[in-house]
Every structure is written in C-alpha cells, then in structure tokens.
Design a protein around this ligand. Structure first.
Ligand SMILES: [Zn+2]
Length: 127
C-alpha cells in the first residue's frame, strides 16, 4: 500500500483560479513549473498550481491523498509509463515517485491538497 495523490473535483471553485481537466481518481504528479508562473501560482499558464494526470495528460488544481493497493514499484512504473507515452525522459521516474511519496507521507488519507508553486498544502479534509 502506498499513499499517493489522485485527481479530485472536491473543493473546486474555492479559488477563482481553479481548473479541473483530469479524470477523477486518476494518479497525478507535479510536473516541472515554467518560469512564467513561478512567482504567481494564479498566473496565466496554470502549471504552478496544477497537478498533472498520469493517464489523461491533463491537469487539475485539486488532488486528494489516497492509500491505494499499489507498491512503490507499481507507482514508479505508473509514472515511468506516463512520462514515456508523453515523450519525456523517464530516467528520473524513481526519484519523482519517491519525492511524491515523501511529500504527502504525513498527510491523512482523504485530505484535499493544492499546489502553490513550491508548496503543496492541505485545502480541506474530505467529509
Ligand atoms: Zn507554466
């Protein structure tokens, strides 16, 4: 079992800059942020507040912490295959997976989180 981030529509609209193009429940990761949005997470690009869907290749501003019946290797493979299908270098997949696992390791299952440039923070507990 690992605790991972999945796309959720919960709490969408709390921020005026919210968007949700992912499929609910799909695994998400945090893609590299472009220079333009680094200082303004509510900026025009949207990447500094987004989580990227591993399957849909789209993005959302809200993600939920979920404990899933995967192990770390499954999670690394999910990230690797997504990066591969998008034409990205997959070499860092294990590091990306471990960084994400570490990032949310202290958060409770069901927590809804948002991404603000260098931070990921809890937005609201699920009911
Ligand atoms: Zn950007």
């Amino acid at each position: 079992m690992v605790k991972v981030l999945v796309a959720t529509s919960q709490t969408q609209g709390v921020r005026a800059s919210d968007y949700h193009w992912c499929v609910d429940g799909e695994l998400v990761w945090i893609a590299p942020i472009c220079g333009k949005d680094w200082e303004d997470p509510d900026g025009g690009c949207g990447c500094a507040r987004g989580f990227a869907g591993l399957n849909s290749h789209r993005a959302t501003t809200t993600a939920m912490v979920r404990t899933l019946a995967l192990d770390r290797d499954d999670y690394v493979e999910a990230i690797r295959s997504s990066l591969d299908s998008q034409g990205y270098d997959t070499m860092l997949s294990p590091e990306i997976a471990d960084a994400l696992l570490e990032l949310i390791s202290d958060l409770p299952d069901g927590a809804v989180v948002e991404h603000r440039a260098e931070y990921v923070q809890v937005r609201e507990r699920a009911p």
